[in-house]
Design a protein around this ligand. Structure first.
Ligand code: ADP
Ligand code: ZN
Ligand code: MG
Length: 494
């Protein structure tokens, strides 16, 4: 990392970083927050606009019901309490892409507060990160600085995004490391995707994060002055920006300086943050209640209806997958990272003899081949039925894992499902004990050292022999029989 004088690990270890995140999420409503304009990314500039979202005098906002329902669903999914009567306020500031001169937001009475997102800490233990609030607001338009012949001298404005419904989710300053921040964002995004309130597409700006970070001496009791790193467009870059920023701030303090409260931007090419504008201690947005909107009342009955659409959430799904299918926590986490993927696994796991085998085939063999082919799961030549068949055959030892790999290679090369390829190319298997025993003898004779280890009590060495014989048989030895005979032979050799 350039620009930061190297700090010794001893110096770094004296400081405690403190991080809080503000995440803006665009809601996937059909129309905008306060008007009937279509809520859609892209489009010819300034075509998804009307008097209301352009802020023309006299046009009145009407709150989008679906936006409220999505906000409540998201808030509940992160454990927030819903305020029965929340209030929209005007946040006044001038910005060229915000024609009204104010943003409709929520200030002292947000729709939801006091949530929690659980992240794994450095030891992998669950840690609860407080969510201060979730409030509703509208997005601004976009200033277009590049891409025009006269971009050097002009900035253009596209107001299509103006009035897009957002929720802002503000965390407590409970995060302590860039990794925890990364986990927090990953979990939050997972939850939002599960509830279907947003597509969380960072490239298109439907999820945006401002990261607040400060450092304090571990012996201090008060948080240090924070800087805010704005609009970094990937979770990895946010982690990198925080890592950089923590070292920068420690460097400033070590030099006897003072951290100034400011907004900074991450420059990915240079791998550093730089100052954007300093932030006065108290900004003056002159918030006041939006006179054109009544308080938003979400009563218990409406809440109940909204919550009927609450899916099983990632954390609960992970726990249930481990419990129900006896798969590892790691596999459960990988599966649950995508709701559709987890659903597919469950369909196959229920039909197969060994859910663990299904998980391993799905997560390694299938996933790897999809990635190589640049395919989505829906484009896989091997269907869920194919996976079930492959898992059952492998589990029963009727095909070796090497044969499984070959069959799957053929499926992906030809675009055929597993049943088709298997019944056509049904692999040769050596099921004759005598032939297998001869091969085992050969391998035992060639590996006296491993035989010695087995005799010394290291029973796991048998796997080595199984592997060697499997190789010798070109993957054709019947696995179950091979396992049995290897142990028998080794025990006899003792
Ligand atoms: P501001 O008034 O500057 O907007 P807030 O108190 O509203 O500050 O907090 C904004 C975000 O900054 C929150 O996510 C909060 O957790 C985080 N934050 C507040 N104080 C600190 C601090 N000293 N260090 C790091 N993050 C902080
Ligand atoms: Zn409009
Ligand atoms: Mg604030």
């Amino acid at each position: 990392m350039p620009a930061v004088a190297a700090l010794s690990p001893e110096v770094l270890a004296r400081y405690q970083p403190v991080i809080g995140l503000e995440v803006h999420v665009q809601l996937l409503t059909k129309t905008k927050a306060f008007c009937g304009c279509i809520n859609e990314y892209g489009g010819e500039p300034n075509t998804h606009v009307c008097p209301t979202c352009l802020g023309l005098p006299g046009a009145l906002p009407v709150l989008n019901k679906q936006a409220v329902e999505f906000a409540v669903l998201a808030a509940k999914a992160i454990g927030c309490e819903i305020r029965e009567a929340s209030v929209f306020s005007r946040k006044n500031y001038f910005y060229p892409d915000s024609p009204k001169g104010y943003q409709i937001s929520q200030f002292d009475k947000p729709i939801a507060e006091n949530g929690v997102i659980v992240v794994p800490d450095a030891e992998g233990q669950p840690k609860r990160i407080g969510v201060t609030r979730l409030h509703m607001e509208e997005d601004a338009g976009k200033s277009l600085h590049d891409g025009f012949a006269d971009s050097a001298s002009r900035t253009y404005i596209d107001l299509n995004r103006c009035g897009t419904p957002l929720v802002e989710i503000v965390s407590e300053p409970d995060l302590r490391t860039p990794d925890e921040a990364f986990e927090y964002l990953t979990r939050l995004k997972e939850i939002l995707l599960y509830t279907g309130v947003s597509d969380c597409n960072m490239e298109e700006g439907s999820l945006r994060c401002d990261a607040n970070v400060s450092v304090m001496l571990k012996t201090d009791t008060q948080y240090g002055t924070k800087a805010e790193v704005k609009n970094v467009n990937s979770f990895r870059y946010i982690r990198a920006a925080l890592e950089y920023e923590i070292e920068r701030q420690i460097g400033v303090l070590e030099d006897g300086g003072r951290v100034v409260q400011e907004s900074r931007l991450w420059n990915n090419a240079e791998g550093r943050t730089f100052s954007m504008r300093s932030k006065e201690q108290a900004h003056d947005y002159r918030y006041f209640p939006e006179p054109d909107l009544p308080p938003l009342v979400v009563g218990t009955e409406w809440q109940r209806q909204i919550l009927a659409d609450m899916p099983e959430l990632p954390e609960a799904k992970r726990a249930r997958l481990v419990e129900a299918y006896a798969i590892s926590a790691q596999d459960a986490a990988t599966l649950a990272a995508d709701r559709d993927f987890a659903d597919r696994f469950e369909i196959a796991a229920k039909r197969a003899k060994s859910p663990r085998r299904v998980a391993s085939i799905l997560l390694s063999e299938i996933t790897m081949r999809l990635r190589v082919g640049g395919l989505q799961f829906g484009q896989s030549p091997v269907t869920l039925d194919g996976i079930v068949l492959a898992a059952d055959l492998t589990e029963a030892g009727e095909i070796s894992s090497k044969q499984l790999k070959q069959l799957l290679d053929t499926c992906f090369a030809e675009g055929h499902d597993f049943a088709h390829v298997y019944s056509r190319d049904k692999p040769q298997q050596i099921t004759d004990s005598y032939t297998i025993e001869m091969m085992i003898d050969e391998v035992i004779a060639a590996n006296p050292k491993q035989v010695e280890q087995y005799r010394g009590g290291k029973k796991t060495v048998s796997a080595f022999f199984v592997g060697q014989v499997m190789k010798l048989s070109k993957g054709q030895a019947n696995p179950a029989l091979l396992n049995e005979l290897v142990v028998k032979k080794l025990d006899a050799a003792v």
